[in-house]
Structure formats: structure tokens, C-alpha cells
Design a protein around this ligand. Structure first.
Ligand SMILES: [Zn+2]
Ligand SMILES: [Zn+2]
Ligand SMILES: [Zn+2]
Length: 192
């Protein structure tokens, strides 16, 4: 039987109980914050990738692995043993030697992330050279443009005008961004 078809009855939990929280793989009924007077019970699923779900006839362990269920869930909350793998090369998490990178579809191992970073960097540098990109192309733009590789960088943490240091996420060049804000004022009469 495939994990997605698993439905295992949980005898410990009365079907009337409705307050179930999840903390990683652990399922917690009547967490102390519920304050419903019922005893707190914590259970681990019998197989990794399952979680507890309430049905009309009680609580059951069912599959919560987005890969098994093929539901395309982003930043999946739980994953089964079989699917706990690098999204690019398929290396299992237990075989990793370095901390992987999180990804909307799971995780990517460091060697894959490094390789993709290198490819993206080389591609950007090649294109920038092709169109003779220079600092002159970065003057008073509506986006932050890397002076070396011409990538658009995020301005998310720049709230103040003045000079900011940043590192290009594509080519790793450190550069300076000068932020100018245009202020506009609009005056109108109060509504009465
Ligand atoms: Zn799975
Ligand atoms: Zn990988
Ligand atoms: Zn760059």
C-alpha cells in the first residue's frame, strides 16, 4: 500500500476531541493553551509522513507528505522518509554532509545550490559582457542594478536615503547603492 492511501485508526484519542496541534511530526491534543480541561496527549505517527486527522468515526493517521499526495504544497510541513531528498539530485537528507538550503519544494543540497549559483553567475557575467554593461547603466535606475553582472537586486531592506552597502546575490560582488527618495505632496480639502 502506498503512503497516500494509509488510514490507521488512533485508539488513544476519543473522537469527540477536536483540539489537535502539530509541532513538526508530533501531534498534540489539548495543548495547554486550549484550556479545555482535557488531558494533553502527544503522539508521534507510526510512520514518518503521517499526521492525525479527525473523521466522523474518530482520529486516524493519514498521509501529509505533499510529494506522495502530489498537491504541490509550497514549503511542505511534513515529508515522508522516501521523499526527504534534494529536489535537484535526489540525495537523501541522511546522506548530506553539509547543511542544505531550504526551497519552496523541499530542500536543495549544498553542492547542487553551489553549482546552480556558479552557473547563474557565469551566465549573468557572460550576458553583461555581451552588452558591455558598466556602472553607467546603473545611474538613477528604478531598480538596483549590479554594476558587474547587471542583475536586478532586491531593495527590500533599504528604507532610508543615503548610501548602503550590498552584495549581489548572483555574482557576489560587493557594491554601494545610493538611495534617493522623491517626495511628493498632495493637498486637498477635508470632506465635511
Ligand atoms: Zn512522500
Ligand atoms: Zn542535490
Ligand atoms: Zn552581480
Amino acid at each position: 500500500m502506498e503512503l497516500k492511501d494509509v488510514k490507521i485508526f488512533i485508539p488513544e484519542i476519543p473522537k469527540e476531541w477536536t483540539q489537535r496541534m502539530r509541532s513538526g511530526n508530533t501531534n498534540i491534543w489539548n495543548d495547554r493553551f486550549c484550556e479545555n480541561g482535557l488531558p494533553e496527549i502527544r503522539l508521534e505517527p507510526p510512520i514518518r509522513g503521517l499526521y492525525a486527522e479527525r473523521f466522523e468515526d474518530g482520529w486516524f493517521w493519514v498521509c501529509g507528505c505533499s510529494k506522495c499526495l502530489k498537491n504541490n504544497e509550497k514549503y511542505p510541513y511534513i515529508v515522508c522518509e522516501e521523499h526527504d531528498r534534494c529536489i535537484t539530485c535526489g540525495t537523501h537528507r541522511k546522506d548530506l554532509t553539509e547543511i542544505p538550503w531550504g526551497h519552496p519544494d523541499g530542500f536543495q543540497c549544498k553542492p547542487c545550490a553551489d553549482r546552480e549559483h556558479k552557473e547563474r553567475k557565469e551566465e549573468a557575467l557572460r550576458k553583461a559582457k555581451e552588452k558591455s554593461h558598466s556602472e553607467d547603466d546603473c545611474w538613477r535606475q528604478s531598480e538596483i542594478i549590479c554594476p558587474v553582472c547587471a542583475s536586478e537586486c532586491s531593495s527590500d531592506d533599504m528604507y532610508e536615503s543615503g548610501e548602503h552597502e550590498m552584495t549581489c546575490y548572483v555574482c557576489d560582488t560587493e557594491f554601494i547603492v545610493e538611495v534617493e527618495y522623491d517626495v511628493n505632496y498632495t493637498s486637498k480639502l477635508k470632506e465635511t
